[in-house]
Design a protein around this ligand. Sequence first.
Ligand code: SAM
Length: 285
Amino acid sequence: MELTDINVIKRILGRHGFSFSKSLGQNFLIDPTVCPRMAQMGGAREGTAAIEIGPGMGVLTVELAKRADRVVTIELDTRLIPVLAETLNDYRNVEVINADVLKTDLHGIIAEKFGNMPVNVCANLPYYITSPILMYLLESRLPVESITVMVQKEAADRLCARVGSRDSGAITVAVNYYADAEVLFDVKRDCFTPSPNVDSCVIRLKVRKEPPVKVSDEEFFFKMVKAAFSQRRKTASNGISSGMGISKDKVAEALALSGLSPTVRAEALSMEELAALSDNLLKVK
Ligand code: SAM
């Protein structure tokens, strides 16, 4: 069964009376080269397990199942469950869970089903919840080697930007804290049915064992980063002061203690500088 063949897709979905839901981010891959590359670059191999989010009809799932020992895939749309039962019928190492990934206990799944196997996450994400899903995986410190996902091109640029460069944002800093992010390859919009209005990109986040910087209070650090980037055309000081309710004088003091200019913008700050600023703000506030 060739799941990237548009006629096969139409026949199966037609038989199940399925129509695409835009609000669930349903754009299915029809380019036969993308999923094998994603699965391979996503670390699926003998002796490993894979977690997939949003299998759709199972086009990436089968490539993961051919390479990894075990696959758990989580699909929110109940209408796709009978479709997946049909398309994944030949793969005994796949389990489909009908749930919202953001409400799923992934730690529990890994502990219960994967034993000591190395685990990788691989998914063509529903774009409307790209950031919440990535932050959910990273912040909960899911014990996985890597997270390889298809995202919108613009999101890829932001997620994989260098911290301290023009493209960076609060999410860049957050991702960089937990993982080493890189762009793997581009995927044009005509590789999907229905074709979305944007091009896409496959990125890989290699999960770090240790954060690249040490901060005395993680929660405070992320709150400050969010505030610093909240007013993009203004200074970090303005954002931090209004976002965190800390006086401008105190912020200026922390900036000076960190050896930073009072007018510096958040996107010009490195991880080390952001970490120092956060620790100094805690001292002076
Ligand atoms: N993997 C398929 C492919 O590559 O063709 C489908 C990818 S499609 C971009 C995203 C999939 O995520 C859809 O099947 C959609 O129903 C599912 N989805 C949307 N929101 C979800 C959620 N919160 N939890 C799990 N799956 C979700």
